[in-house]
Design a protein around this ligand. Sequence first.
Ligand SMILES: NC(=O)c1ccc[n+]([C@@H]2O[C@H](COP(=O)([O-])OP(=O)(O)OC[C@H]3O[C@@H](n4cnc5c(N)ncnc54)[C@H](OP(=O)(O)O)[C@@H]3O)[C@@H](O)[C@H]2O)c1
Length: 276
Amino acid sequence: MTILVTGARGHVGRAVLDVLVAAGQDVRASSRDAATLDVPTAKVSADLEDPSTLDAALDGVESVFLYTRPSGIEGFVKAAEAAGVRHVVLLSSGATLEPESAQSRIAALHHAVERALIAAPFAETRLNPGAFATNVLGWRADIAEGVVRTAYPDSRVGAIHEKDIAAVAAKILVDGSHTGEALQLSGPEPISFREQAAVLADVLGKPLPVEELTPEQAAERMVALGWPPEVPPEILRAWARTAGEPSVVTDVVREVTGHAPRTFRQWVEDHRGAFT
Ligand SMILES: NC(=O)c1ccc[n+]([C@@H]2O[C@H](COP(=O)([O-])OP(=O)(O)OC[C@H]3O[C@@H](n4cnc5c(N)ncnc54)[C@H](OP(=O)(O)O)[C@@H]3O)[C@@H](O)[C@H]2O)c1
């Protein structure tokens, strides 16, 4: 069976591809620009927001690892049905499972894709991870200056390694289990931004004092980095909440894969080169 991995250049998509290749699966990788995609598998250009590009990508495919792109999801469902796809594993977000998800623009984007897949004639599984460990890649410029700057430094999140999301996705893509389910994924423990900075300092071997930003300063920086202006207030509200009550941590990675989720320290050790 051929498994299509969309977003094969992405942090999670590439990790999914690597697990499937290591397991000897027949994998096809897609990107909006396959010519620039460096993968050890077949590859194809496909834009999830332009369904006219999907037929070649989906030809002969049984299962799909899908990134959330609400614009074009109806076209994706039609193309996948026509191609005979049997199972789609969606990289969604834990935001859709939060109590206030009805007010969340981030959750709304993921909800739109989740709803379309639930209504589709093929099987689907939703992966709903909380905060990614990769989010600290956004600290690289500050870390190069020898500091970590963040609002709500005592916000505690269950930072998850992309390899653990990938291990869950790959297992389900291959064995077709967990259909119709939403899997709330997390790392092994809540870890505050301050504690993440301390782990980075320890592994990178340099002091990284934390400079606390006001929410306004943090929002300005996010917008300067290209985030749509409506997103930072939502993220900052979530950080304010998890500064009081840590994010949900689950044992789903272990339940699905049989191994404990990787620690944040393991993530930093795996990505040491990204900070030097
Ligand atoms: N960061 C978090 O804490 C967090 C938590 C929960 C959920 N999430 C969700 O996880 C996802 C991000 O995962 P990631 O970190 O692995 O992303 P990433 O590294 O930024 O990669 C994004 C991938 O999406 C692909 N892509 C973008 N637009 C596309 C389109 N129109 N058609 C096809 N492919 C497209 C890109 O491929 P090409 O550029 O090669 O086309 C790229 O490979 C988001 O949906 C986010 O909401 C994030």
